[in-house]
Write a protein that binds this ligand. Structure first.
Ligand SMILES: [Zn+2]
Length: 185
């Protein structure tokens, strides 16, 4: 019960706080089957995106700071080029393209306005842990195994490890080829 109340309060406070900053744009919550959604036009106004570009099922919002690209009836959204999976698909309701309020509060807002996240500790540890490995090949296609791609990406990010490390060297971790667990270098 307390948990539920806290969740609701935190969801509301995200909205309330956001409201205080750009008081001129009001959130118009659209209820669909008991769930809260917001129109893409409403989101665009709030975050200062000029008119959303609708092309068939594709929607694109862009300003000088951020870019959102997504498709109607899909949970996939590119936020500044990074793929995110929303909790609910974007869909059309009463002629409006809508995004769920939970996705707005938990996925869009922190990425569109990271400076609004409070009490964020400094990132001190980056762990590269490629998925799958060994007998566990992951997805298989004619291009190869997922485990090889995952390892390749991590290796390409290896220069990150060579960044000056002012802390415990164990913070620089990398999964060695042929092993299935991250280990310390
Ligand atoms: Zn996988």
């Amino acid at each position: 019960m307390i948990c539920q109340r806290l969740l609701i309060i935190s969801a509301i406070s995200v909205m309330a706080f956001a409201d205080a900053v750009t008081a001129s744009v009001e959130w118009q919550v659209i209820k669909v089957n008991g769930r809260d959604f917001l129109a893409v036009d409403n989101i665009a106004k709030f975050y200062g995106f000029p008119d959303p570009a609708f092309e068939g099922k594709n929607v694109r919002l862009k300003n000088d700071k951020n870019e959102l690209q997504f498709m109607i009836d899909s949970r996939e959204m590119l936020i500044n080029g990074v793929r995110n999976w929303l909790s609910y698909p974007v869909f059309v309701h009463d002629g409006k393209v809508v995004v769920s309020r939970i996705d707005l509060a938990k996925t869009l807002e922190p990425q569109l306005r990271p400076s609004m996240i409070q009490n964020l500790p400094r990132v001190q540890t980056i762990v590269l842990d490629p998925g799958h490995g060994g007998f566990d090949k992951g997805a298989i296609s004619s291009y190869g195994y997922e485990k090889d791609y995952a390892l390749d990406v991590a290796r390409q990010l290896r220069p990150l490890q060579r960044l000056p490390c002012h802390h415990d060297p164990r913070e620089r971790r990398f999964r060695a080829p042929g092993t299935t667990r991250p280990h310390c270098q």
